[in-house]
Design a protein around this ligand. Structure first.
Ligand code: LFR
Length: 490
C-alpha cells in the first residue's frame, strides 16, 4: 500500500519546523515545509516565549502541509519541556508563557524544599533538579494575580494542541518533566500538589503518546486548508522523548545523546532508578514512549556555542560556523576546559566572557580567540558526555557499547569525534531530524502503519543516513581525557 503522510510540528529553543513525514513498509522520509525562528522576548516582567509568533508559524506550516501532494493523515506536536500557559475560566490564555531561562525561579527551589525535601520530591518524581522545573515555576508564581485567575495549566505542546482542536489534556512524557508527576503511579502526584498547596484542578487529564487529541476546529481547518476531520495525535510531546524514539539503535547496549541547545545524555531503561545515589548524581527518570524510562542528565549543550555566536554577532563580529569549527579543530587540545553544567552558563548573556571568568577562577588559560573559545566549548561538552554516560551506565548497572548522537549536534563532526574519544566508544551520528522523525513515527504507529519501538528504530536505521566515528586507538587518549575531566569537574 502507498505510504501515509503525517505532519510533525517540532519547536526547539532556537527554531520551529513543520515537516511532512511519509511512512510505509520500508519507507520513511521527511519533507520540511516550513521553518521559522523562535525568538524569546524580554518584557519588564521577565523573559517570555513569543507564543503567538510560534502558533502563527505552526499554522503557516500546516498550510504548507495541506498544499503538498499527500493527504495529511494526522498532526503531532512536540516542543521543549517544562514551560506552560495558563488559561482562565473562559479558556483564554493568561499572559505570555515564561521562558525556562527566566530569572524568577532563582532561589525558589530552596523554599520548595522547606515544604517537601529534595529527597522526597525525587522519590516520587524521579526528576533531576533543574531550577526551572514546572514545580518551581509555579512556586515562583504563588502569589500572582495570574495564578489566582488560572483554571487550567497547559504545557506548551498541549496549549498548541488546544488551539488547534479545543481539546484539553496533558501528554505524559512532558508531564513527567514538571516535578508533579508520580513516576511509579503514572499520574499527577496528588500528594505533592497538596503538600505544595498547588491546586490539583489546574492539571488536565493525562494522555499517552498515540492517544487521539481531537480534530481541527472549523476556523483552523479554514485557515490551513486541512479538512476538519484531520486528527491531532498525542506523540512524545516532550521533544527529547520523540528524539529517543528515532535513535537508530540496533545494539541493545546503546547510550544516546540528543544534542541541540541541550545535550540530553543517557540510557533507555524499563524501570526508573530512584536511589539516593542516582539523586545525588542528579539523573532524571523522564517518561519515554511505550512506558520506557529516559534515564539521563541535561548537559548544557550547544547553548554555549549559540550564545557565544550571538554575543559576537551583537558586537559586529560575524563568524561562519563551519569555518570556526575548522579552526577549532586545529586549535591546541585541552588548553582550557570548563564544567559546562555550571549554573553560571544557564542564563542568556555574554558567554565568551563567562567562559573566560570560569577559566580564570579555575586557574586555566583564558581562551583568547574565537576558535579557542569554540575548542573549549566542544571539548568541555565531550567531557560532560563522557562523564554522564559513564555515570548513567554505572548507576543503572548497564553496559554501553555504542553512543548514538542525534539532533543538530550530530552534524558537528568535531563534537562527535571528540565524544567518541572521550567516551572510548564508537559514536553513530544522525539523524539530524530525530525529533521530527520520532513524532511522525508515533503517529504512524497509532495509525497502524508501523510496529513497536524496535520496528520504528529498525525503520530509521534502514532509511536514514548516519556517520560512524570510531574512538582513537592511541593508548594515551584515555589518560588525556581523564586528566581533562579532573580539571573541568575537579
Ligand atoms: C530539550 C529540552 C530538554 C529540557 C529542556 C527545557 O529541548 O526539552 O529535554 O530539559 O529542553 O525544557
Amino acid at each position: 500500500s502507498a505510504p501515509s503522510a503525517f505532519a510533525a510540528v517540532d519547536l526547539g529553543a532556537s527554531s520551529g519546523r513543520v515537516v511532512v513525514g511519509r511512512v510505509g513498509a520500508g519507507t520513511l522520509d521527511l519533507t520540511e515545509v516550513h521553518r521559522f525562528p523562535n525568538t524569546p522576548v524580554r518584557l519588564p516582567g521577565g523573559l517570555h516565549w513569543d507564543i503567538l509568533a510560534l502558533y502563527r508559524g505552526v499554522l503557516e506550516g500546516l498550510r504548507g502541509a495541506a498544499a503538498g501532494p499527500d493527504p495529511i493523515a494526522s498532526i503531532g506536536i512536540d516542543t521543549w519541556a517544562v514551560d506552560y500557559g495558563l488559561l482562565d475560566a473562559d479558556g483564554r490564555l493568561l499572559g505570555n508563557p515564561y521562558h525556562y531561562r527566566d530569572a524568577r525561579t532563582d532561589g525558589v527551589a530552596e523554599r520548595v524544599w522547606e515544604r517537601v525535601p529534595a529527597a522526597e520530591l525525587y522519590a516520587v518524581t524521579g526528576l533531576q533538579h533543574l531550577p526551572f522545573n514546572t514545580v518551581y515555576q509555579l512556586a515562583a508564581a504563588r502569589d500572582t494575580a495570574q495564578l489566582a485567575a488560572a483554571r487550567t495549566l497547559l504545557l506548551v505542546p498541549d496549549l498548541l494542541t488546544h488551539w488547534l482542536t479545543g481539546s484539553v489534556g496533558a501528554e505524559a512524557t512532558n508531564a513527567s518533566t514538571t516535578g508533579l508527576y508520580d513516576a511509579v503511579a503514572g499520574t499527577w502526584s496528588r500528594e505533592l500538589l497538596d503538600r505544595l498547596e498547588l491546586p490539583a484542578a489546574l492539571l488536565p487529564p493525562i494522555r499517552r503518546p498515540g492517544d487521539p487529541a481531537g480534530t481541527l476546529l472549523p476556523q483552523v481547518a479554514a485557515e490551513t486548508g486541512l479538512p476538519e476531520s484531520t486528527p491531532v495525535t498525542a506523540v512524545g510531546s516532550h521533544d527529547t522523548a520523540s528524539a529517543v524514539v528515532a535513535v537508530p539503535a540496533t545494539d541493545p547496549d546503546f547510550a544516546y545523546i540528543s544534542c541541540g541547545t541541550w545535550s540530553l545524555a543517557g540510557l533507555e531503561l524499563s524501570a526508573p532508578v530512584l536511589t539516593e545515589e542516582s539523586r545525588a548524581a542528579n539523573f532524571t527518570n523522564e517518561l519515554g514512549v511505550d512506558g520506557t524510562i529516559r534515564y539521563l542528565r541535561n548537559v548544557m549543550g550547544l547553548w554555549l556555542l549559540q550564545e557565544s555566536l550571538r554575543t559576537w554577532a551583537a558586537r559586529g563580529e560575524q563568524h561562519d560556523l563551519p569555518e570556526l569549527l575548522a579552526a577549532a579543530e586545529e586549535a591546541e587540545p585541552f588548553r582550557s576546559v570548563v564544567d559546562p553544567d555550571d549554573p553560571v552558563f544557564l542564563k542568556p548573556g555574554d558567554m565568551p566572557a563567562r567562559i573566560a571568568d570560569w577559566c580564570r577562577e579555575h586557574g586555566q588559560p583564558v581562551p583568547e580567540t574565537a576558535p579557542q573559545v569554540v575548542r573549549c566549548v566542544v571539548e568541555s561538552l565531550a567531557l560532560a558526555h563522557r562523564r554522564t554516560i559513564r555515570e548513567a551506565a554505572r548507576l543503572a548497572g548497564r553496559k554501553v557499547s555504542v553512543v548514538h548522537v542525534v539532533g543538530g549536534g550530530s552534524r558537528n563532526a568535531l563534537l562527535c569525534r571528540l565524544t567518541a574519544d572521550a567516551c572510548g566508544l564508537p559514536v553513530v551520528a544522525g539523524p539530524v531530524e530525530a525529533t521530527a522523525l520520532g513524532n511522525v513515527l508515533v503517529q504512524a504507529r497509532a495509525a497502524g502503519v508501523v510496529g513497536d519501538l524496535a520496528a520504528m528504530r529498525a525503520l530509521v536505521a534502514a532509511t536514514q543516513p548516519t556517520t560512524r566515528h570510531e574512538p582513537s586507538v592511541d593508548p594515551a587518549t584515555e589518560a588525556a581525557w581523564a586528566r581533562a575531566e579532573a580539571r573541568a569537574f575537579g
